[in-house]
Design a protein around this ligand. Structure first.
Ligand SMILES: *Cc1c(COP(=O)(O)O)cnc(C)c1O
Length: 488
């Protein structure tokens, strides 16, 4: 021990030098300590993943249990990492819902492929802020190239350019703001909306609540989001959309934008993409397509008929962080005319200028936040480590296994399929809502699988979606097995 430390009577783990407190050793983490703890974290991660099937998928829901295990006041003195780690192991994992569990069939997945986790560790180590090109040229340029790779992977034409947002909610908000400003000739940015004409947007009731949120936050007002009626397949048709736009115009309102649903969250609904875009464009209205979940499936050419006509869209969002394995957060927006969005969201104060380098892209001008993470690295790792072929095989398996699970569940007494599989998503129910709700509760308390609910024409239904990166056919077969056990 440093004699000066002994003189001061301080703890062994600390060393006072020149009146400066330096934290040393493994107990109090510096970068050498991080080296050791990172290795331990890597081992923990591998063991955690290997043991996932033995854990209940959904956390046991006891509100307040985790909070009560933590002290109410912050520590004044530094604590050894050994103690922090022990508390983590004791308190956190059992309080988690395990999104990477191979039998997670709830919501939509938030897949994290091992190669993605590795990339995130490297990003974590560099801890950059890629707000403009010169603050991390590699982050910007890898993102540009990955957007080209993904565009080709989805079979989209060359006239789309892409960027990465944190979430589809942000991408849709950006698209709505851009369509708003296009309609206002960019006067809203300077003059506000008080004297502006009433702008109208159009979407079906199958679109995600993020569309409603974007409309509210953008100052359009929920009342000006027209929910266009859908056909028997829960699809908005070109004719219905055009009629809604024409009626508004006749009433003196200004149609400003359309948001189409390509794989709805409830039951996987798809609007008639090609005919709706044609109808909107015939009326001079731009179109944003929400394919947050289903977009990943479009790496398989056989599924592209679901969004036939997509090449005419003005903006598309899809989340590689759902079904592709590039972990949360990674939401990609493709744009026909990035200039319109940059004109809406881009601000360039003097301190963000890059002297003499105007050919470079500053991606913050395409998105709402200024700061941005290096999200493209995980796409680079995932696309290379599994190849499009490997990623397609996973998605095709999920779709095939979902069909099998559907048939097994349909054969159970008293169970009805409410909506047929759309890609890997379908719903089922018992005769009455109360019984279905009680069954869902028991399924999730059981812990072998995790399912969530929706309402289909008012009826309570249980959603089954197959999409976990590591799930195997036998995991999917546990769905019907569990339901059968609980109904017996
Ligand atoms: C998940 C989802 C969203 C929201 O995605 P975030 O990235 O969480 O904002 C929006 N639309 C659809 C269709 C989705 O499935």
């Amino acid at each position: 021990m440093d004699p000066r430390c002994r003189d001061r009577g301080c703890e062994e783990a600390f060393c006072h030098e020149d009146a400066q407190l330096r934290v040393v050793g493994e107990k109090n983490v510096d970068h050498e300590g991080l080296r050791l703890w990172s290795k331990r974290a890597a081992d923990w991660a591998a063991d955690y993943h290997a043991g996932l099937r033995d854990r209940p998928v959904r956390a046991p829901l006891v509100p307040g249990a985790v909070a009560r295990a933590l002290p109410v006041t912050p520590p004044e003195a530094a604590e050894p990492m050994e103690a922090i780690w022990a508390d983590f192991e004791r308190i956190v994992p059992d309080g988690m819902t395990h999104w990477q569990h191979p039998r997670f069939f709830a919501y939509f997945p938030a897949n994290a492929a091992p190669a993605s986790m590795l990339a995130e560790q490297l990003v974590n180590a560099m801890a950059c802020n890629a707000l403009i090109w010169q603050t991390s040229p590699a982050a910007t340029e890898v993102e540009q190239v990955m957007m080209g790779w993904l565009r080709q992977a989805l079979g989209l034409p060359e006239d789309f350019a892409g960027t990465i947002h944190d979430s589809a909610t942000s991408a849709t908000l950006s698209a709505v703001l851009t369509m708003r400003e296009q309609a206002l000739g960019w006067a809203g940015l300077t003059d506000g909306l008080a004297g502006a004409p009433v702008l109208r947007f159009y979407a079906s009731a199958e679109t995600h609540s993020s569309v409603d949120k974007a409309i509210r936050v953008a100052g359009i007002g929920q009342a000006n989001l027209v929910k266009v009626a859908t056909d028997s397949d829960r699809a908005m048709t070109g004719a219905a959309l055009r009629a809604a736009i024409v009626a508004d115009r006749a009433a003196g309102l200004q149609p400003a934008g359309v948001i189409l649903c390509a794989g709805g969250t409830s039951v996987g609904a798809f609007d008639r993409i090609g005919e709706c875009i044609a109808a909107a464009h015939a009326e001079g209205v731009p179109v944003h397509v929400d394919a947050a979940w289903a977009g990943s499936a479009m790496i398989c050419p056989e599924f592209r008929t679901l969004w036939a006509g997509i090449e005419a869209a003005d903006s598309i969002v899809f989340n590689p962080h759902k079904w592709l394995g590039a972990q949360f957060d990674c939401s990609v927006q493709f744009l026909k005319d990035p200039g319109a969005q940059v004109r809406t969201l881009g601000l360039r104060p003097t301190y963000l200028e890059t002297a003499g380098r105007e050919e470079i892209i500053n991606f913050n001008e395409w998105t709402v936040p200024l700061g941005r993470r290096f999200r493209a690295l995980k796409l680079w790792f995932v696309l290379r480590a599994y190849g499009l072929d490997g990623l397609r095989t996973r998605i095709r398996n999920h779709v095939a296994w979902a069909l099998k699970a559907r048939d097994q569940i349909a054969a159970l007494p008293g169970v009805e399929i409410v909506t047929e599989p759309r890609l890997s998503l379908f719903t089922f129910a018992l005769k009455d809502d109360a019984a279905t709700e009680a069954l869902l509760q028991r399924i999730n308390d059981d812990g072998r699988i995790y399912l969530t609910q929706t309402r289909v024409d008012g009826r309570f239904a249980v959603r089954v979606q197959v999409g976990s990166f590591d799930c195997r056919e036998e995991d999917v077969m546990v769905i019907a097995e569990t339901i059968s056990d609980l109904l017996a």
